[in-house]
Write a protein that binds this ligand. Structure first.
Ligand code: 9MR
Length: 373
């Protein structure tokens, strides 16, 4: 009896010891909860993927991604600049690799993005006449969306077509094709990719004015008898300023249109910034005060980040019936776009995994919000 108690005690000690060691030393330890499993009955959990991750060149990412995520968005490789570099040249190399990688790992693909004014190949801006521009527009959508129909779950058909006040952005698409280019893009995608869900995606479209413009745009697509399946709220938010009320109202108002609602590019900026959103053309002056945490994130900020993530996921779980997916814009802090924008060379901490792929306090706060089923 005494011997048994002693043995049981020793094995508990050994177990405790082993779990402590593994938690500290292994970023990809099986004992870390899996986001995709924790939220399995609530919504899909996604990440953006870059080339290193798609090609499995980073061994830690190669273990962590399939363990944590069941859906993924190509961070860059399906954008026109890469996939359609010249008038009659397409380069599907990396996009095909992404699709194969995801298939192998049972990860669905949210393709991104067909029509966006940024990251266009240079030839597009040189097209002068409207007919040639139309040819580019239709060919691009048909060729790219057609190729991946049945292989990807969804397309962000149009990305960031709105201004902050809800009016249409005066993009090259609007200038050449007029206001109806969004409806035309969805109509063309619907024909080319009948088995693919079709989404509109934007940043700050939880903000009231932009949201109103977004709702009007979605209604316009619907009124034209064209299919739109969902709306993406990108979710590039700031520490201490997560617009929870606006997000909640947006979830309710968008889902009242009969479409899916998703958070598609989630990260929380912890560094100084004097504007909101994700307009890649906006930049800021650099000086030492702009990079305050180059040597590590203070505990107080780490805690604040965890609290923000916790509050956000509490809200998202509350609306789990309307939210179909939450995608983080990157796997770990080290490869986030926010290290390079709107100021280059900063050390940012916007995600749930740190530079060593270890879960941060925010990760555990998020896990704790999952609905108890
Ligand atoms: O994360 C992407 C980054 O690697 C690119 O350099 C950048 C260039 O435009 O685009 C980033 O992703 C953007 C996304 O495609 C659309 N919404 C805003 C994202 C952050 O800029």
């Amino acid at each position: 009896m005494i011997k048994n108690v002693l043995l049981a005690g020793m094995s508990t000690l050994l177990l405790l010891d082993a779990s402590c060691i593994s938690a500290q030393t292994s970023a990809t330890d099986q004992k870390i909860p899996s986001l995709k499993k924790v939220f399995k009955k609530d919504f899909a959990i996604g990440t953006a993927l870059n080339n290193m991750q798609i090609e499995e060149k980073d061994p830690q990412a190669a273990v962590l991604i399939p363990q944590q995520f069941n859906t993924a968005t190509p961070e860059n490789v399906m954008k026109a600049e890469i996939i359609h570099p010249q008038w009659d040249t397409y380069n599907f190399d990396m996009a095909d690799k992404m699709v194969a990688y995801c298939k192998k790992n049972s990860i669905t693909v949210n393709a991104h993005t067909l029509i966006w004014h940024s990251q266009l190949p240079p030839f597009v801006r040189r097209i002068q006449d409207v007919d040639s521009f139309k040819t580019f527009f239709y060919n691009h959508i048909k060729t790219v969306a057609g190729r991946y129909d049945g292989k990807v779950l969804s397309w962000d058909v149009v990305n960031e077509a709105l201004n902050e006040d809800g009016t249409m952005r005066k993009s090259v698409f609007l200038q050449k094709l007029g206001d109806d280019f969004v409806v035309e893009a969805f109509r063309t995608a619907q024909a080319a990719a009948p088995h693919t869900q079709l989404y509109y995606n934007d940043y700050n479209n939880e903000q009231p004015a932009k949201r109103a413009g977004c709702i009007a745009l979605i209604k316009k697509i619907q009124a034209a008898g064209v299919r739109i399946d969902g709306v993406g709220i990108q979710g590039h938010w700031h520490l201490g300023k997560i617009p929870l009320k606006d997000i909640e109202e947006s979830i309710e108002q968008y889902s009242a249109l009969g479409i899916k609602v998703m958070i598609t590019e989630l990260d929380i900026e912890v560094l100084p910034r004097n504007f909101q959103g994700a307009d890649v053309n906006q930049r800021m002056q650099n000086d030492a005060t702009m990079n305050p945490y180059a040597n590590g994130l203070p505990d107080s900020v780490q805690q604040k980040l965890a609290d923000d993530y916790g509050a956000l996921f509490t809200l998202l779980v509350k609306h789990k019936d309307q939210i179909s997916r939450v995608t983080f814009w990157g796997v770990n802090d080290g490869q986030s776009w926010l290290n390079g924008w709107p100021v280059r060379g900063r050390t940012n901490y916007p995600l749930l995994f740190d530079r060593n792929f270890l879960p941060k306090p925010a990760f555990y706060k998020v896990v704790a919000t999952a609905a108890k089923h």
